[in-house]
Design a protein around this ligand. Structure first.
Ligand SMILES: [Zn+2]
Length: 284
């Protein structure tokens, strides 16, 4: 009898303990969730804010440059018609807005802001690109084809985050199949493929361009006449070679002779002439 009663009390106590622990664990998890949520929210806000500041600073630099330039180049006869001058001012403002948008920085430290949106347009082969660079891209492809007597092809333009994630997964699997362990495979894949939200292709402002005769994205691409022409002339159309050789530590990417990024003509000219990267350009 005594033993039985003792066991009953123990069971009741155990249930009480269990209840108390459940409440405690639930409270801890809830607090953790709230803290983590707040932290992520603050980080996102800071990242978006920094992107905005970087682009504003870059646009301001170029507005000043343009003002200095137009001051230098201004001819008296241009000041004749007020209406014409106003129209020029308005079209310049439109250009500045587009320029600011084209200077977005997406790399291994800066991910694409979640609220990012850009009007896209489809090319004949189904690849999509940002509408803002359509005219310049078409001109570059046509002039390049004429100069090199070859056909230039956009093999990759805009990508969704899902597509980017899939590409990274495929690259890791390829490395594992080649004999690397998982860590090694991932590290190696990340030198050529960015994770979702960290690829420039998600901005719609990056294009991989190949010669139709050689569509391989490897070191042989730079030997094609088309690629040589693109690297020499892309700045005239507002494009830069985004991942140059020798700048791997700045961009975080291996040299890619085929990956071009639209930044607008003023920025492209300065970046290509000085042999710098978008990171260095935006950083001053
Ligand atoms: Zn690319």
């Amino acid at each position: 009898m005594r033993r039985r009663r003792k066991r009953k009390i123990t069971l009741k106590r155990r249930l009480q303990w269990l209840g108390a622990w459940s409440v405690l664990i639930f409270a801890v998890l809830l607090t953790g969730g709230i803290v983590a949520g707040t932290f992520v929210g603050i980080r996102k806000f800071c990242d978006n804010y920094m992107q905005k500041k970087i682009r504003e600073a870059a646009a301001a630099v170029h507005m000043n440059e343009k003002k200095t330039q137009s001051g230098r180049n201004s001819k008296p006869e241009k000041e004749g018609g007020n209406l014409q001058a106003e129209e020029e001012d308005m079209s310049q403002e439109g250009e500045e807005d587009q320029l600011e948008e084209a200077l977005i920085l997406v790399n291994k430290s800066f991910y694409l802001p979640t609220n990012y949106e850009i009007p896209l347009i489809s090319l004949d082969n189904g690849q999509q690109i940002a509408e803002v660079m359509y005219g310049d891209l078409q001109n570059m492809l046509m002039d390049g084809a004429r100069a090199t007597k070859s056909t230039l092809l956009v093999s990759s333009g805009f990508r969704t985050s899902e597509k980017q994630e899939q590409l990274l997964k495929e690259e890791i699997e390829k490395n594992i199949n080649a004999g690397m362990d998982e860590d090694e495979a991932r590290k190696d894949a990340l030198m050529t493929v960015a994770p979702a939200h960290y690829s420039e292709h998600e901005t719609g402002l990056a294009v991989d361009i190949v010669s139709v005769a050689n569509q391989r994205l490897d070191e042989t691409q730079e030997d094609t006449a088309a690629n040589q022409w693109l690297r020499e002339n892309c700045a005239d159309y507002g494009f830069i070679l985004r991942y140059p050789r020798g700048k791997e530590d700045v961009t975080g990417f291996s040299y890619e002779s085929w990956h071009f990024r639209y930044v607008g003509k003023a920025a492209a000219e300065e970046i290509m002439q000085r042999g710098i990267t978008l990171e260095e350009y935006l950083g001053g």
